[in-house]
Design a protein around this ligand. Structure first.
Ligand code: SAM
Length: 193
């Protein structure tokens, strides 16, 4: 399977602080390997998100790029596919089989917008995909798309090198702190693989 990268367009520091954070957390939890933020530069948000990843594990890379067109150009040069999530696109059930086939061979970049997505994005995307043709949110669209693409397999994935781990409970909360030695072992395994 290819790598999954999420591109978040048009971040606004004040208005999108919470939503962009949720886009990052969702990208991580649902199996993306990298998230690129565009729009207003927000180093504090990126720092907080990186600390979150340190605590809860996994290998999500997070970075900022002012020029989203450059990201698209470079992605294309590397042979990656671009899926833009938009309410105006082809509805997910009608295109998911084709996208799964492509993802077996190629890396996929999933693009989500914020308030106004430039028209150019619709043109440069290989696929404009809707998660139902009803308006909702970038977080919901991203989660549903990633889940359908991976057919739910991302929900049981392990996050290496975590400091904290949740032990599932029928009722109540249990979180354990991972010993440094176990964390080191995870890291060694990551380096070997
Ligand atoms: N009106 C904006 C525009 O110019 O397209 C979109 C605003 S919407 C709140 C923010 C983002 O949520 C969109 O850019 C899109 O990525 C995602 N989104 C919202 N509803 C969606 C849907 N039904 N299917 C796919 N993506 C959706």
């Amino acid at each position: 399977m290819g790598k999954i990268v999420v591109l978040r367009l048009g971040h606004r520091i004040v208005r999108d602080k919470r939503l962009t954070t949720h886009v990052i957390l969702t990208a991580r939890a649902y199996g993306a390997g990298e998230i690129i933020l565009s729009g207003e530069r927000d180093d504090r948000l990126i720092d907080r998100a990186r600390k979150f990843v340190e605590k809860w594990g996994g290998e999500l890379e997070i970075r900022y790029e002012e020029d989203w067109k450059k990201i698209i150009r470079e992605w294309r040069e590397k042979g990656g596919v671009i899926v833009h999530l938009t309410v105006y696109g082809i509805n997910l059930p009608d295109i998911i089989d084709e996208l799964r086939r492509i993802w077996r061979e190629k890396d996929v970049m999933v693009v989500v917008g914020s308030e106004k997505v430039p028209r150019e994005m619709y043109v440069v995307a290989d696929y404009n995909v809707a998660v139902s043709n009803q308006p909702h949110s970038e977080v919901a669209a991203l989660a549903t798309f990633l889940d359908w693409l991976q057919e739910g397999r991302e929900l049981t994935r392990e996050f290496k090198s975590a400091e904290l781990r949740i032990i599932p409970q029928k009722c109540g909360k249990k979180v354990i702190r991972i010993e440094q030695s176990e964390k080191d072992k995870d890291m060694e395994n990551n380096e070997d693989s």
